[in-house]
Ligand binder design. Structure first.
Ligand SMILES: [Zn+2]
Length: 496
C-alpha cells in the first residue's frame, strides 16, 4: 500500500516544473458552484479541504455544465505548465457561475459519524463510502488521480491510503440519471451542498495520455451482472461488518479487496479474555485485555475500514471495560459458544459439541435460553452468525426454530436495538426469519465471518435485500448503537 504524503507528491511534481497553476482557494456554500475552465483527461489534483460542522460539498471532474460557461477562464490553462510555485498563484481564482454539472464523476466531501450517509472521498453512486477519514473544522489533504479509465481518491487527515480505486470496465452499469457518469475529459466544478466548504492549495498536474495506475492490478466484477454496483447506484449502503483479517487475509489485503469490490469493510478482531489453554477461543487472533485492544486499534489507524470487536466466547465481559470497548466503531457477538455445566462448548466443533444427555428438543430450549442470556448480558450491537445450529441439527432448522423460539430472540434484539446480521458464509438466517425481524423493526447488517481470504461478495445478503424488500432504512449503523448505555455484566461461572 502506498503511503506517500499528498503534499510530498505535489511538492515533488511542482519542483519538476510540471504543475499547473490552478484556483488556489475556492470557497463554496449551499447551492454555489465554481467551475475552473479546465479541459483535462488524465491528471493529479491535490489540495486541502476544510468543512464547517455538518457541511457537504462535491468536486466534479471530467464534467461539462449546462449552459456552458460564457467567459473563457482568466487563469492560465492547466494544460500549459508553469514554473510558478503552485501554492502562490498570482492570478485570481476563476469563479464562473455555472448550472448543474451534467456529466463526469463526483467526489464527495462530508464528514461526521458513521450514520449511513455518504462520506468524504466517495465516488458518488459508484463507490459510496460510509466512514470519513477526515474531521470537520480541520484542514485535511485530498488527492484525485485519473489515469485513463482508472480513478484513485485519497482524502483524510490520518492516512494517505486511497479510499477509492475504481476502473470503469467495458460495460459500466449506470442508472438513467447517472448515465453520463463516465470517464471522458472536461472541467472541474466545486459544488457546495450544505454549510461552508473551503479548498486551498489546489494544484492540478496534467498527466500524459496512456498513463496507467501501477496499483490497479486486481480484476473488477463485470458490472453488467454485478449486484454491488446496482446497490451503489441506488445509494444503498454496501458494508460487510463481519470481515476478519485471518488465514492469510491481512488488513491490507482486505482493504485492497474492499476497494476492488466496492464493498465497505468493517474489520473485526476477536476480544476474548484470558487465554488459559492454547487453542482457546475462536479462529485467529484472540485479544486478552483492554490494553491489547487499544493497541490493536492504534495499529488500524489510518486504514480506511470500520473498526469492530467481536466478543468471542462467553467470558469477554469479564476482561474488557468501556476503556477499550468505547473506542471501536461497533461490537458484535454470536451464540456459537454456549456455557453448559460451567464449561464453554464451541458448537461448531464436533469434538466439543454435546447435548449433555438432552434430546434435541430439550437442547433447543437450553440453547434459546443461552442466546437470551448472551444478548441480555453482553453489550453487543449486532447478533452475528444468527440462529446458528450445530451441524447435526442444521438440516432440521425449520422444525427446531419454531416461531415462538425465533420471537424470544427477536424480543431481545428489539429491546436493546441489536441488529441482526445476514451472514453470507453460513447463509443465515433464512428469509422467513429476516421477514419476521423486519416486521418487528429489527435492523440489519451484512457479514461474512470469513475464515481466510475467501470472503465472497455478500451474495446471500444481497439476495435477501431483493427477496425480503430490505431498504436503506432497515439497515443498522454505528450511530444506532445503544451499547455504551449498557453494562458489561459477568453472568457466567466458567470452569477453565
Ligand atoms: Zn466472526
Amino acid at each position: 500500500m502506498s503511503r506517500i504524503a499528498f503534499t510530498a507528491v505535489a511538492a515533488a511534481i511542482a519542483l519538476a516544473g510540471t504543475a499547473a497553476s490552478f484556483p488556489s482557494t475556492v470557497a463554496v456554500s449551499a447551492g454555489k458552484k465554481v467551475s475552473c475552465g479546465a479541459d483535462v483527461r488524465n491528471f493529479i489534483l491535490v489540495g486541502e479541504a476544510w468543512l464547517a460542522k455538518g457541511a457537504e460539498a462535491s468536486l466534479w471532474f471530467h464534467t461539462t455544465t449546462q449552459p456552458p460557461t460564457t467567459q473563457p477562464p482568466t487563469t492560465q490553462l492547466p494544460n500549459h505548465p508553469t514554473t510558478q510555485p503552485p501554492n502562490h498563484p498570482t492570478t485570481q481564482p476563476p469563479n464562473h457561475p455555472t448550472t448543474k454539472p451534467v456529466s463526469g464523476y463526483e467526489v464527495l466531501f462530508h464528514n461526521g459519524p458513521i450514520d449511513g450517509s455518504r462520506k468524504t472521498g466517495s465516488l458518488s453512486h459508484v463507490r459510496n463510502l460510509y466512514r470519513s477519514m477526515a474531521r470537520d473544522e480541520e484542514w485535511f489533504p485530498f488527492e484525485v488521480v485519473v489515469r485513463e479509465k482508472n480513478v484513485e481518491v485519497r482524502a483524510g487527515a490520518e492516512s494517505a491510503a486511497p479510499v477509492v480505486r475504481y476502473t470503469e470496465g467495458e460495460k459500466p452499469y449506470r442508472l438513467p440519471q447517472y448515465a453520463k457518469m463516465l470517464f471522458s475529459r472536461g472541467d472541474f466544478v466545486f459544488e457546495g451542498r450544505k454549510g461552508e466548504t473551503k479548498f486551498r492549495d489546489v494544484v492540478l498536474i496534467p498527466l500524459k495520455d496512456g498513463v496507467t495506475n501501477p496499483d490497479d492490478i486486481f480484476p473488477y466484477a463485470d458490472e453488467s451482472t454485478d449486484p454491488v454496483i446496482r446497490l451503489q447506484q441506488e445509494d444503498f449502503p454496501v458494508i460487510n461488518f463481519h470481515a476478519h483479517a485471518k488465514g492469510g487475509f491481512t488488513p491490507e489485503i482486505a482493504y485492497n479487496k474492499s476497494l476492488v469490490d466496492g464493498i465497505n469493510y468493517g474489520l473485526a478482531v476477536n476480544i476474548y479474555g484470558k487465554i488459559v489453554r492454547k487453542g482457546d477461543g475462536g479462529v485467529g487472533r484472540m485479544i486478552e485485555n483492554d490494553d491489547e485492544a487499544l493497541e490493536y486499534l492504534r495499529g488500524m489507524n489510518g486504514l480506511p475500514v470500520i473498526n469492530g470487536f467481536q466478543g468471542e466466547g462467553r467470558k469477554w465481559t469479564m476482561s474488557f471495560t468501556q476503556r477499550s470497548l468505547s473506542k471501536c466503531d461497533y461490537i458484535f457477538t454470536d451464540s456459537m459458544t454456549v456455557v453448559d455445566r460451567n464449561r464453554q462448548i464451541r458448537l461448531y466443533r464436533p469434538d466439543e459439541m454435546t447435548y449433555n444427555g438432552r434430546s434435541p428438543e430439550a437442547w433447543m430450549e437450553f440453547y434459546v435460553d443461552q442466546i437470551e442470556k448472551i444478548l441480555l448480558n453482553e453489550p453487543a450491537d449486532i447478533y452475528v452468525n444468527p440462529f446458528y445450529l450445530p451441524r447435526e441439527l442444521a438440516p432440521r432448522f425449520d422444525e427446531l426454530w419454531t416461531d415462538t423460539r425465533i420471537n424470544r430472540v427477536l424480543d431481545i434484539l428489539v429491546k436493546y436495538k441489536i441488529a441482526l446480521e445476514i451472514n453470507s458464509l453460513s447463509r443465515l438466517p433464512g428469509h422467513k426469519v429476516i421477514r419476521m425481524a423486519k416486521a418487528r423493526g429489527v435492523k440489519f447488517t451484512f457479514g461474512t465471518n470469513n475464515q481466510n481470504a475467501n470472503i465472497g461478495r455478500l451474495e446471500w445478503a444481497l439476495e435477501a435485500v431483493k427477496a425480503c424488500g430490505i431498504t436503506k432504512d432497515d439497515m443498522w449503523f454505528p450511530t444506532d448503537s445503544v451499547r455504551l448505555s449498557r453494562q458489561t455484566t459477568i453472568y457466567n461461572t466458567i470452569i477453565e
